[in-house]
Ligand binder design. Sequence first.
Ligand code: G6P
Length: 479
Amino acid sequence: VSERSVVHAGAEVLVASNRGPVSYALGEDGALTAKRGGGGLVSGLSSIGPETDAVWVCAALGEGDREAVRRTGDALDPADTGGQRVRMLDIPSHVHADAYNGIANSVLWFVHHMLYQTPLEPAFDAEFRRQWGAYEAYNHAFAKALADEAGPHAAVLVQDYHLALVPGMLRALRPDLRIAHFSHTPWAPPEYFRMLPDGIAEQLLRGMTGADQLGFLTHRWADAFRACCAEVLGGTGGARLGVYGLGADAGFLRERSRRADVDERLAALREQIGTGPDGAARRSIVRVDRTELSKNIVRGLRAYRELLVDRPEWRERVVHVAFAYPSRQDLAVYREYTAQVGRLAEEINAEFGTAGWRPVVLHVKDDFARSLAAYRLADVALVNPIRDGMNLVAKEIPVVSEEGCVLVLSREAGAHEELGAAALTVNPYDVSGTARALHEALSMKAGERAERTERLAAAATALPPARWFMDQLRALQAG
Ligand code: G6P
């Protein structure tokens, strides 16, 4: 990994994450267009700009990003980043691919979400060890950039499983810094975590506990981390553990979701959903996810199919609006999952659809304005992950929905700790149970629905992202 120049030397607050606030697409004509990054981490961190003068260090993820770095030097144009100071690291693409696809997303993501099951059993072989070398090099590139940029005693907030080794590496380079790490994912219990080779498990935990402060989204994940440290290291080595729940940004969502581009898409969606035999607008069951194995989209579609079989009274009167945006398509298992989602949606449409009714409206092209339009019209929100660090969609929909929506929520989402009392809880593996919850949600009386939506929105916005960030920063600076 090559040495890079220093661009923001002396920064007092730094944030590091694999994905940054924007990604660039390179057009055929050579034009670069900037687009907001996806996923919960970026949603949470996007509000830090106005609050602090933080420098955000991230990686170039594709050809568009690499080209932007080549053209701008690696300090991005603030016009593209909402004013945020961003340094985008151009890590060699084979190193990044092995670290990001090979280790972070194929191994660490699978461990923390407990996604390994036949035939996806892990095999930690020579190929894994080679990729692990890339993961170390990639983490080291971040540690080096942060060490170069940070002023004396600066606060550095490192994000997520991509960068688990950075705190320890940075501590060795710059003992004066205050270092925090935050996990946006669940954490696996020791009996699952210890599937990793012993030396690797130890290196990961030592890397993270090189931080002064370790943050998690819920107590459940923090407790699992503590248990892993107790078994593997004999303790957390003095690092402080904290729980910082991340909520929806009510002000931003309410303003953004009322703009003209969202209105347009809302009108188009209403048109697609259409009206039922009684002339009334059809009900909608909305889901918005990255097409991600942990999000459990296939079982969600199967539950919808069971609903149409068991409760034929809903035929022609409901539409499942499923936005499943392709994610991590370099990985074969994600490509196969994406294809499976598409096939099942078509099967349901072929089985039940009529001339005037398309039971599943599946959109796969990522469009933030259209997601917000779907939030506005949702009667029922389906959020049924197998395991999820938090799940911000569950928190965003009740804030934006126009007529109130019933949230069908997996008990395995971190958000369930805060929203469970006002949602309909499901076991994500129980397809029939999920179908029953969908029926209950669709049948709920307007009064109860409105009352629940109000409670959901209040709980969902209790910890706005700016506060989530500032609470961690203050604790780090005080500690
Ligand atoms: C999760 C992770 C984030 C990641 C996001 C999107 O929310 O915790 O770190 O950015 O998924 O995944 P991607 O691989 O596209 O960055």
